[in-house]
Structures are given as C-alpha cells and as structure tokens.
Write a protein that binds this ligand. Structure first.
Ligand SMILES: [Zn+2]
Ligand SMILES: [Zn+2]
Length: 104
C-alpha cells in the first residue's frame, strides 16, 4: 500500500501496490470518483563508495561505532572504507556496564 495525491480533490488516497501498476494505469479516486493515471517509477542508483584498499589486500580501517544506547556499541567497530564490522569480545559491554548506564 502506498499513498498518492489525487490530482482532482488533492486528497491522499491509498492505492494497492499489489495491483502492479506497470508504467501508467488508470485509477479512479475513491474520494471523488475521478479517473486519472497512476505511474510507477522505480529508481535505483549505483555509485562507487570510494576507494577501499581493504578489499584489495590491505587491512580494514577500524573505527569505533557510535550510537545510542552507548553500551550497545561498545567494542563494535566498523571499517571506514567498506561496510565490514567486527566485535571485540573483551570490550563488549558487560552486565555491570548496562546497569551503570541505566543508573546514570
Ligand atoms: Zn479525488
Ligand atoms: Zn574495510
């Protein structure tokens, strides 16, 4: 389900995306009963994310992940150049860390 704006009554109406609108398809507004065409356009863009030496034999450039809640991200790293992640078990938040976090 998705919402489109009727060109006649300017109301947002739900259309059933299961109906597979191919290019243009006639649709009648359930609010004002006018007919209009609905077009479907899907756009997918590809782009290079930049150089990633780690995908060419070099080591990943690990940087700590940050976010909230903070203890959840402790000991978790993400590579600067690619989407690789790793957990350092010895640095992961312990039950005590979580307790301290909630008591703050
Ligand atoms: Zn309408
Ligand atoms: Zn990497």
């Amino acid at each position: 389900m998705t919402e489109i704006k009727c060109p006649y009554c300017q109301q947002y109406v739900e259309i059933d995306t299961d109906d597979h609108y191919e290019d243009e398809e006639e649709y009648s507004c359930p609010k004002c009963s006018k007919n209009f065409e609905v077009s479907k356009k899907l756009e997918i863009r590809y782009s290079a994310c930049g150089k990633a030496d780690c995908l060419n034999g070099a080591d990943h450039k690990w940087k700590p992940q940050v976010g909230s809640p903070a203890p959840h991200f402790r000991g978790k790293y993400i590579c600067e150049d690619c989407s690789a992640t790793k957990n350092v078990k010895s640095e992961l938040a312990t039950d005590e860390d979580w307790k301290a976090y909630y008591n703050e």
